[in-house]
Design a protein around this ligand. Structure first.
Ligand code: ZN
Length: 146
């Protein structure tokens, strides 16, 4: 009996874990065909380098040379699997997406090359990001209000 209760609990809890993100208020699900790529917090993926004080700084762009908080998204959250970089003109911060084979994610970041129907999926390691590669896939989107 105890075992059964335990199993039921595990099933219920794991059911909750499949979608960690609340759907934005009044959002209707829409399907978009998107180009998806993977990224991590490394220098290569996020365009940073270390200055002479060994501090991380932006390697290029308008913020070149300015201090960069590695692993912190443009929205100010901690990047983790499920963090998505998108073109926020189309998909504002807080937009929730379901990407087959990746799972649920939420737009919290931006990227230099991330324009239009292209999203970047956060991975814990550079290896995993490379392994994802570039995939065109149908993505379910619950757009956040502006
Ligand atoms: Zn990387």
């Amino acid at each position: 009996m105890k075992n059964l209760i335990f199993i039921v609990l595990v099933v219920l809890l794991s059911g909750c874990a499949t979608r960690r993100y609340a759907i934005p208020r009044n959002a209707q699900a829409r399907i978009y065909t998107m180009e998806t790529t993977g990224y991590c917090k490394c220098k290569k993926c996020c365009g940073w380098k270390r200055n002479w004080l060994f501090q991380p700084v932006y390697a290029s762009g308008p913020n070149k040379g300015k201090r960069k908080k590695v692993g912190i998204t443009a929205a100010g959250t901690k990047a983790k699997p499920g963090t998505l970089a998108a073109d926020i003109r189309y998909f504002p911060f807080g937009t929730v997406m379901y990407i087959p084979q990746y799972g649920y994610g939420r737009v919290e970041d931006i990227g230099g090359g991330i324009k239009g129907m292209h999203i970047d999926l956060y991975f814990r390691t550079h290896e995993e990001a490379l392994q994802w590669g570039r995939r065109n896939t149908k993505v379910k989107v619950w757009k956040a209000g502006r």
